[in-house]
Write a protein that binds this ligand. Structure first.
Ligand code: PGA
Length: 261
């Protein structure tokens, strides 16, 4: 049985607070008929509070794009879990490949952040994924296994059950090159197997595994039809209310038609 899909929008470093409010107001109007999809939007930190006010009377969830692993302290430039909660966040993206690549985040730090998010009841969306060179060298399963083992594979059972995983092949992010539904499904079922083996079948089947990397309205359905793809983490196409709403609609229709190969 397919899980209720989760569609998350990662706005990256786009939109001032006032632009974010405009976007979210349009999205709110476009998404008001959606009942079978969990929607999460992740604006930049500076827009969270304003966006949270607009989302107040909706079922759209708010998330952040990063977080530090301490509740407070002398960590110049960082944002804590308590600050995120205070801004209305229920989710946080952790270990995004852009954080790994440009800000040198490693799995040890990501693991600490995941534990901290869970401690403060924020749902982490933990990203894993290989580069093109790693895929070409046929190391993609090993790379994802190491990221899985080190960032989330040591969590207790009750903690892992609250995590959302996003498989985002680095070569597909912002490039217009989506993994084919079969390539994505292969990795998703591999991650599901890791969860089943490390924890249990019951936990493995409960955890949502999202696909991310050039998700657009016209490829959503073919991805969402795959048995182990439970949703999407959307970058570029989440910056326009129209395309993000279309992705949400596609996910809802695929779910409602129970159509998966
Ligand atoms: P993209 O980004 O949809 O623009 O490829 C996805 C992501 O980085 O989360």
């Amino acid at each position: 049985m397919k899980k209720r899909p989760l569609i998350a929008g990662n706005w990256k470093m786009y939109k001032t607070a006032s632009e974010a409010v405009t976007l979210v107001q349009t999205l709110k109007a476009a998404a008001h008929t959606v009942s079978n999809v969990t929607i999460v939007i992740c604006p930049p930190f500076t827009a969270l509070s304003e966006v949270s006010k607009v989302l107040n009377d909706t079922s759209i969830n708010l998330g952040a794009q990063n977080m530090y692993c301490a509740p407070e302290g002398a960590f110049t430039g960082e944002i804590s879990p308590t600050m995120l909660k205070d801004s209305g966040c229920r989710y946080v993206i952790l270990g995004h490949s852009e954080r790994r690549q440009y800000f040198k985040e490693d799995d040890i730090l990501i693991h600490e952040k995941v534990k901290t998010a869970l401690k403060y009841s924020i749902i982490p969306i933990v990203c894993v994924g290989e580069t093109l060179a790693e895929r070409d060298a046929k190391k993609h399963f090993d790379v994802v296994k190491t990221q899985f083992d080190e960032s989330i594979g040591r969590l207790e059972k009750e903690d892992i059950a609250k995590v959302v995983i996003a498989y985002e092949p680095v070569w597909a992010i912002g490039t217009g090159k989506t993994a084919t539904p079969d390539q994505a499904e292969q990795m998703h079922s591999y991650i599901r197997r890791l969860l089943n083996e490390r924890y249990s079948q019951e936990i493995g089947s409960r955890i949502s595994i999202l696909y991310g990397g050039s998700v657009k309205p016209d490829n959503t359905r073919s991805l969402m039809e795959k048995p182990n793809i439970d949703g999407a983490l959307v970058g570029g196409a989440s910056l326009k209310a129209e395309s993000f709403a279309q992705i949400i609609q596609e996910a809802q229709q695929t779910y409602e038609s129970g159509n998966h190969s």
